[in-house]
Design a protein around this ligand. Structure first.
Ligand code: FAD
Length: 287
């Protein structure tokens, strides 16, 4: 799925929660696909409620729009039976690229007896995909700034190694706003013997409200340079959008310059943002 030795971009869409919103997400996805990214990933709703939409979008991206798709799948809030059904549906849809995730632990499961859970960690889903007998290209998540549940980076990387050894073909990172954190992380995982390709995940922050949400969800460190930008332009939507896109573009150029070839943009169903970033990089990408 991944291109080697050439700079490339991939984008992400998320499925709607309701059928009424599906058409607009479909249109947004179609527009993003016209940019011919290296792939488009489709997230998976935590409770499983949007799972049919994930598959529908992933199938469309591949079959109708002619772009490789990557379907996300989570496991912690599902039974083994449901996950196996999902895997069979993915196989039936002809989707080969799957992002194997644990998912966040839902409130109602926190404090419940973990021995009753069918899945505890993403590594178990990686095993399940491997045991399906289908030739999946399996991705998994990694966290340059540590997963919030891990007490140390060393521990986080030890479990990451187990997950990769179970059969991951590549890793995609949580969003980050300071590239040095990624370079430091890459050094540590390579030292720990994790050799699969790592795709850095970049989130263009295009409005001030997104900032708090992004920090809450990811726990990412906000460099002063980024905070100043939000302070200065946060109250002017057009200026903030332009500045956020410029910041993300700058991060991506630095990543390419430092030898990373595939960069994933958390484009959040926004074709205009995806398009702008791509056109900022047109000569670098040869598009
Ligand atoms: P894991 O790899 O299982 O790790 C979770 C925690 O458990 C870590 O702290 C890890 O160190 C620890 N751990 C792992 N194995 C063990 C073990 N054997 N013993 C003890 N501790 C262990 N969520 C969605 O709901 N839908 C999505 O589509 C989605 N896409 C995402 C895409 C990316 C690129 C990223 C970075 C995150 C995504 N998420 C998504 C969020 C993700 O589900 C959460 O971050 C979740 O809390 C962890 O998922 P994981 O697959 O990284 O879990």
């Amino acid at each position: 799925m991944l291109k080697r030795n050439t700079s490339s971009l991939s984008f992400e869409v998320f499925p709607p929660k309701t059928s009424t919103a599906f058409e607009s997400v479909r249109q947004a996805t179609k527009k993003i696909a016209t940019l011919r990214p290296s792939f488009i990933s489709v997230t998976y709703g935590a409770g499983g409620g949007t799972s049919d939409y994930t598959l529908d979008l992933a199938k469309r991206i591949k079959e109708l729009y002619g772009v490789p798709s990557l379907a996300h799948l989570t496991c912690v809030s599902s039974t083994r039976e449901t996950v196996r059904e999902r895997i069979n549906a993915i196989i039936a849809a002809g989707i080969q690229n799957v992002m194997a995730l644990r998912g966040d632990i839902p409130e109602h499961m926190k404090g419940s007896d973990r021995s009753n859970w069918d899945y505890h960690y993403a590594v178990e889903l990686v095993h399940e995909l491997k045991n399906s007998g289908y030739d999946f290209c399996i991705g998994a998540a990694c966290y340059p700034e540590i997963h919030p549940e891990s007490s140390t980076q060393k521990e986080d990387i030890r479990y990451l190694k187990e997950k990769v050894d179970a059969g991951c073909d590549f890793l995609t990172t949580q969003m980050f706003f300071d590239n040095n954190l990624l370079y430091n992380f890459l050094y540590k995982i390579r030292e720990a013997g994790i050799t699969v390709p790592v795709i850095p995940g970049i989130m263009p922050i295009t409005n001030a409200n997104q900032v708090e949400r992004a920090i809450m969800l990811s726990g990412s460190f906000m460099p002063q340079r980024f905070k100043s930008l939000v302070d200065r332009f946060g109250s002017d939507p057009d200026a903030m959008k332009q500045a956020g896109i410029a910041y993300a573009t700058d991060q991506i150029i630095d990543l390419y310059a430092n030898g990373l070839t595939n960069v994933h943009v958390y484009s959040m169903n926004k074709p205009d943002v995806a398009k702008k970033i791509q056109s900022n990089l047109s000569d670098i990408l040869g598009k």
